[in-house]
Design a protein around this ligand. Structure first.
Ligand code: NAP
Ligand code: MG
Length: 481
């Protein structure tokens, strides 16, 4: 194993991990090794947090909001200039189809453009108080922010969490997922090139239970942003609680698409299929349950199955509807759900096909529609995180709402109906962070606040809401008598 792998970035310098150890990087399309990353641990996290602290108290704290914004906007432009190179790296590393990788990089650039523009627009407030007093509410950055992110959308996650944190004036330490961080390493080089000062953005590659645990339990961080599984989210929140560190948790989902018998079916069908096959189902806000009014159940699932049968799966560079999943572990996990469904007698009603580019070493799964699935079955309750869609019939509006809200998750939902009153009634009663009416945007919308209820997490990212998370208010009371 090579000992000169330098993927840790602290104080604008690339280094090996303190333990000199590395982690193998695998391409999901073939299963072949494509390189190594440094296995950072607590020693590296300590150095990164110290660098971020120094930059927060020094250079970044002294940088005017407009200048912070200008640097972020410049990084957005730089990412756009390198879009094709970054998209190829992202597709190779995660297995996602090229067209999705290209979308992801465009979104990453847009995050820096959006938050670059927002940096100097975070206004404070004034409050009427006693006579002879003036009260000001100002918003200040939290300080040093720790970021722990998953492997499904590495570049986009970098944009979503880092751009917002830096725009608000924080300095950052990022621990990307060990399975996919090549685009993040390249994005960090570009950040350096545009002149983000030393210590403002630090990246420590490594394993979750080492580098990730060291970051989440660090005593000198001021805020934690975690995106990942509910199980690890629990560990993160416990670690943060020990140090009284506030955190935003973006966790999993079991998001419903609710189709009423007055819906525009032709409009709904491609969106519903797209929302489960996007990124091969490895999207927190994948539409993984389709709730169908019983009066149109047979007709609708037949049409849905036909579309699912047409979905094609292949290598990232074949650029089909779906690529492989991220790893053998993930493939086996998803297949476990399918095997148990079969044993329980649940019918497969539609299934995509493997293209010849889906070679045997890669981690391929056929996108699958199953139904009818009982609302209590694990397939209707647990996050599969693969291209598996379950069809569940319902009777009326109340029944649909009960089933839709009847999981431990609450991330997003789609409602398909032409009835305006029903659209708003349901939108208000669904316990989710985003509701789409006659549409669906899995993971979409840089401008749109996003986050969960229940086991899907708490706090909001994206849009201006993220800037509220990454800042804290201070009340200044002036007696001017
Ligand atoms: P994961 O296993 O929870 O990992 C997420 C991150 O946490 C990775 O960087 C991981 O590092 C790290 N980690 C693992 N154990 C840790 C520990 N003990 N302490 C600190 N950090 C630790 O999740 P995943 O499998 O990568 O991602 C899939 C999950 O993310 C799904 O549940 C999905 O729904 C959720 N997700 C949510 C959103 C959202 O915005 N709501 C978006 C995308 C994904 P290593 O992997 O390197 O070990
Ligand atoms: Mg990889």
């Amino acid at each position: 194993m090579s000992k000169s792998v330098k993927t840790i970035f602290i104080n604008n310098k690339w280094s090996e991990s303190s333990n000199h150890d590395t982690i193998n990087v695998v391409a999901p399309s073939t299963g072949a090794s494509i390189g190594e990353i440094s296995r950072g641990d607590k020693a590296d996290i300590d150095l990164a947090v110290a660098a971020a602290r120094q930059a927060f108290e020094g250079v970044w704290g002294n940088t005017a909001a407009a200048d912070r914004g200008r640097l972020l906007s410049r990084l957005g432009l730089k990412i756009a200039e390198h879009a094709e190179e970054l998209a190829q790296l992202e597709a190779l590393d995660t297995g996602k189809a090229m067209k999705l990788a290209r979308n992801d990089i465009a979104a990453t650039a847009r995050y820096f453009e959006y938050y670059g523009g927002a940096a100097d627009k975070l206004h404070g407030d004034t409050i009427p108080f006693l006579n002879d007093y003036q009260v000001l509410i100002i918003r200040e950055p939290r300080g040093v922010a720790g970021h722990i992110i998953p492997w499904n959308y590495p570049a986009q996650m970098f944009g979503r969490t880092i751009a917002a944190a830096l725009a608000a004036g924080n300095t950052t330490v990022l621990k990307p997922a060990e399975e996919a961080c090549l685009s993040i390493i390249r994005l960090t080089e570009l950040a350096h090139e545009v002149g983000i000062p030393a210590g403002v953005l630090n990246v420590v590659t490594g394993n979750g239970d080492e580098a990730g645990a060291a970051l989440s339990s660090h005593k000198d961080i001021d805020f934690l942003s975690f995106t990942g599984s509910p199980e690890v989210g629990t560990l993160i929140q416990k670690a943060a609680a020990d140090n009284h560190v506030p955190c935003v948790l973006e966790l999993g989902g079991k998001s419903p698409q609710i189709v009423f018998d007055d819906a525009d079916i032709e409009k709904a069908l491609p969106v519903i299929v797209g929302a489960i096959i996007q990124n091969t189902g490895q999207t927190c806000s994948a539409g993984s349950r389709v709730l169908i009014q019983r009066t149109i159940y047979e007709e609708f699932v037949t049409a849905l199955a036909k579309r699912m049968n047409g979905v094609r799966v292949g290598s990232h560079d074949a650029d089909l509807d779906c690529g492989p999943v991220i790893s053998a572990v993930q493939r086996d996990r998803v297949n476990g759900f399918l095997d148990r469904a079969k044993a329980d007698g649940i019918a497969v009603i539609g299934q995509g096909k493997l293209d010849p580019s889906a070679v045997s070493g890669g981690f391929y799964i056929k996108p699958t529609l199953l139904g009818p699935v009982d609302e209590e079955h694990e397939l209707a309750q647990d996050e599969v995180f693969g291209p598996v869609l379950v069809a569940i019939p319902f009777d009326d509006e109340d029944d649909a709402l009960r089933i839709a809200n009847g999981t431990e998750f609450g991330l997003i939902a789609g409602i398909w109906t032409e009835n305006g009153g029903r659209q708003m009634r349901l939108a208000k009663k669904l316990r989710v962070g985003q509701v789409y009416i006659n549409g669906y945007g899995a993971g979409g919308g840089i401008e749109l606040p996003f986050g969960g209820f229940k086991r899907s997490g708490h706090g909001r990212e994206k849009g201006f809401e993220a800037l509220k998370e990454y800042t804290v208010s201070k009340t200044i009371v002036i007696n001017h008598k």
